[in-house]
Design a protein around this ligand. Structure first.
Ligand code: PPE
Length: 312
């Protein structure tokens, strides 16, 4: 794999750090920051898109709400108001001088103390924004991803608090993804501790069978904002969406399957564990959702104007 150029630590621009925009290269923290050692931190992934009315952030309020919810679950008190964090995301995006970009808010503990018993640690917030046009090879948007059921189980609901988008949770995702990529696949599908399908390493998952859409229940996946968006689209198309436990072999015999996520957007799954799904290429409903999603985020429809927040 080739590393992105230039390094994320060595770029021009500004990062919002504890209330102010600082030069990108100066947005640093001490190596004894607590989160670096123990993984208790929370983050979000948000996207801004160009629209006919200028750049707009997609579902900013929902992402920011999840950011605060994640922090609450982790017992971290964000030292800014909801409005301040919304404004800061707009501000940092504007400072990126781009029409589109990914926005990454992160809350982490300071370095006042080490150890699991550390108390009263300061909570810091940083927000960066950078262009992230395509998460994976653009041709996969049409060809679909080759996916492997992971040998790693997705977090159990009482092992880590899965409703939180917490830094440390991504150990599990990275183990699963690197195993899949080493095996020549594009992505991993994580199963829950009972063996039912949960989600991708950074995406929710859906299947289509006989015109009905199915997706795992929220007890075994992140409450994805793109997941919710697609479920709204499905209902608008008059399609039923059933949230339930799904087995991996139901995916083998599905007509279509796809992933959803802010970074990934809507991506078809062409095969799972060497079994072609449907025709083995992008299904018609998947393509419809991809189109609807892109039209929505780019403001080419007036269906949900409340989902888009102008950056200025
Ligand atoms: N599940 C997981 C585990 C997950 O990380 C994400 C987002 C989703 C589902 C989809 O959620 P939503 O973005 O609200 O639709 N993953 C973020 C991080 C990706 C990364 O590589 O970093 C994202 O898509 O921004």
């Amino acid at each position: 794999m080739t590393l992105p150029e230039p390094s994320f630590a060595d770029r021009d621009g500004k990062i919002w750090m504890d209330g102010e925009l600082v030069p990108w290269r100066e947005a640093t923290t001490h190596v004894l920051t607590h989160t670096l050692h123990y993984g208790v931190g929370v983050f979000e992934g948000v996207r801004a898109y160009s629209t006919p009315d200028g750049s707009q952030i997609f579902r900013l309020v929902d992402h920011t709400r999840r950011f605060f919810d994640s922090a609450k679950i982790m017992r971290m008190e964000i030292p800014y108001t909801f409005e301040e964090i919304c404004e800061a995301q707009k501000e940092v995006f504007r400072a990126s001088n781009s029409e589109e970009g990914y926005i990454r808010p992160l809350a982490y503990y300071g370095s006042e103390a080490m150890g699991l018993r550390a108390q009263g640690l300061s909570v810091h917030v940083t927000i960066a924004s950078w262009p992230w046009p395509s998460y994976m090879d653009p041709e996969l948007q049409e060809k679909g991803l080759r996916v492997q059921s992971s040998s790693y189980t997705r977090h159990h609901v009482n092992i880590s608090m899965c409703k939180a988008k917490a830094v440390g949770h991504y150990i599990n995702s990275i183990l699963a993804l690197s195993e899949a990529v080493d095996g020549g696949y594009d992505e991993a599908l994580l199963l829950d501790n009972e063996g039912y399908v949960a989600e991708g390493t950074g995406e929710n998952v859906f299947l289509v069978k006989n015109g009905v859409i199915h997706t795992p229940e929220l007890t075994s996946c992140l409450d994805g904002i793109t997941r919710d968006t697609v479920m709204v689209f499905a209902r608008e198309l008059g399609k039923e969406v059933i949230e339930r436990r799904i087995t991996r072999d139901e995916f083998y015999i599905a007509d279509e399957a796809f992933f959803t996520g802010t970074a990934a957007e809507v991506l078809p799954i062409s095969q799972l564990d060497g079994r072609k799904i449907g025709t083995g290429s992008r299904g018609p409903l998947t393509e419809r959702f991809q189109t609807m999603y892109l039209e929505e985020v780019h403001g080419h429809t007036s269906a949900h104007p409340d989902w888009r927040t102008p950056v200025s």
